[in-house]
Write a protein that binds this ligand. Structure first.
Ligand code: PLP
Length: 429
């Protein structure tokens, strides 16, 4: 009887997956292949590459060896089959939807999303003929009720930005499966260290690697991961996957590439023709960031739990919405889907409303007032006057970004220093 193969833990994968010493020099770290193009062996090799009959490098808009290491690493951390990286999280979302949808198609998205995603879906995507219906995820059945025959995907954030909302992934995945459409999860806030949506039935994952994966506020990037388990041919709903592609001499992506066909199509059509490629230097920073993801996330979570508990007991604070607090209506879902902690981005409300929010962000010293999350540094933001400014009052309220709301992204500093800074900021009012 043969022994089951040893399976590496996530800390090991974060350091090793996708990378090996560089074969010519032995360089142990992944080099930054800062090159645009790659020499062909001969004309036959070139022809095979262009026809997708062999794997290799042609031009860095499509593939680059540094970016390829990151792609394999993110796919491996998520437990997926393959991944394609992009210049930003929003670019990765574009690659996903361009590969899924034709003009006139529809999809469902959670109301609890990053503000930029709500804007991308409700305005720019609409101009391409892709129609998004927003659904309150608190009751998973809301997704089933909102389905239409033209719906080709359901999109949620497992742990949502900014409201500390945890979506019940398992029933939402079952609804998508019944409908024969993929569940896409934006796993940016949780990261694969805290939550692995593919294990709960998701089919595609998107990331803004800009945030916790790169982890130091240095590099924009995005990733799209496929599980390899979705049956694109089941109901004939995805002709982009199952019908011959005129842009590749009639090649049919699902038939040719099977369980990584979606990634191939996203790369060789959407990325090729629209061009939001990740730079090799950003891939390098992101690979380096991911190596410490597990230890960073543990510290992010520990600090966030300390700060959330402190704010909950503060008299200037009306409420705290952090799924890691017992008082949160999402505490039980967080225990299930995020057993190692509910991340480090959460919101709280000030008794003093909009004015008090502006005062607080202007009086803290250690917290940086800016529109980012997932940095080593602690960050503070008043969404109503910044990231969620373009939304209507209704959309803001639905997204958990009302006028009194402050968003924090807790960093890796000494917890007591964060408490002291917030305490003095709250006292100056
Ligand atoms: C930042 C963010 C995005 C967009 O990513 P960019 O890298 O800024 O394009 C998408 N989803 C979530 C949850 C985010 O936090």
């Amino acid at each position: 009887m043969s022994k089951a193969p040893h399976i590496y833990g996530i800390e090991t994968l974060a350091i090793h997956a996708g990378a090996r010493p560089e074969p010519v020099t032995g360089a142990r770290n992944t080099p930054i292949y800062q090159t645009t193009a790659y020499a062909f062996e001969d004309t036959d090799h070139a022809a095979d590459l262009f026809n997708l009959q062999t794997f290799g490098f042609i031009y860095s808009r499509l593939t680059n060896p540094t970016v390829a290491v990151l792609e394999e690493r993110v796919a491996s951390l998520e437990g997926g089959r393959a991944a394609v990286c992009a210049a930003s999280g929003h670019a990765a979302q574009f690659l996903a939807f361009f590969t899924l949808l034709d003009p006139g198609d529809e999809f469902l998205a959670s109301t609890n999303l990053y503000g930029g995603s709500i804007t991308q879906f409700s305005h720019s995507f609409k101009r391409l003929g892709w129609n998004c219906h927003f659904v309150d995820p608190k009751d998973p059945e809301n997704f089933r009720r909102a389905l239409t025959p033209k719906c080709k995907a359901i999109f949620v954030e497992a742990l949502a930005n900014p409201g500390g909302v945890v979506v019940d992934l398992e029933p939402v995945a079952a609804i998508a499966k019944d409908a024969g459409i993929p569940l896409i999860v934006d796993n940016t806030l949780a990261t694969p260290y805290l939550c692995r949506p593919l294990e709960w039935g998701a089919d595609l994952i998107v990331h803004s690697t800009t945030k916790f994966l790169s982890g130091h506020g240095t590099s924009m990037g995005g990733a799209l991961v496929e599980s390899g388990k979705f049956d694109w041919a089941r109901d004939g709903k995805f002709p982009t996957m199952t019908e011959p592609d005129p842009a590749y001499h009639g090649l049919t992506f699902y038939e040719m590439f099977g369980d990584f066909g979606f990634t191939m199509k996203a790369r060789t059509v959407a990325l090729r023709d629209f061009g939001p490629a990740m730079s090799p230097t950003n891939a390098f920073y992101t690979i380096t960031g991911i190596e410490s993801l597990p230890v960073r996330m543990d510290r992010h979570v520990a600090n966030a739990e300390t700060v959330a508990a402190f704010l909950e007991g503060h008299k200037a604070v009306a409420w705290v919405s952090y799924a890691g607090l017992k008082s949160s209506p999402y505490f039980d879902l967080a225990k299930k889907y995020l057993p190692k902690g509910a991340g480090s981005v959460f919101t709280f409300g000030l008794r003093g409303g909009y004015e008090a929010g502006i005062k607080l962000v202007e009086s803290v010293n250690l917290f940086s007032h800016l529109a980012n999350i997932g940095d080593t540094r602690s960050l503070i933001l008043h969404p109503a006057s910044t990231t969620h400014r373009q939304l209507t009052d209704e959309q803001r309220a639905a997204a958990g970004a009302g006028p009194d709301v402050i968003r924090l992204s807790i960093g890796l500093e000494t917890a007591g220093d964060l408490l002291a800074d917030l305490d003095q900021g709250l006292a100056t009012r």
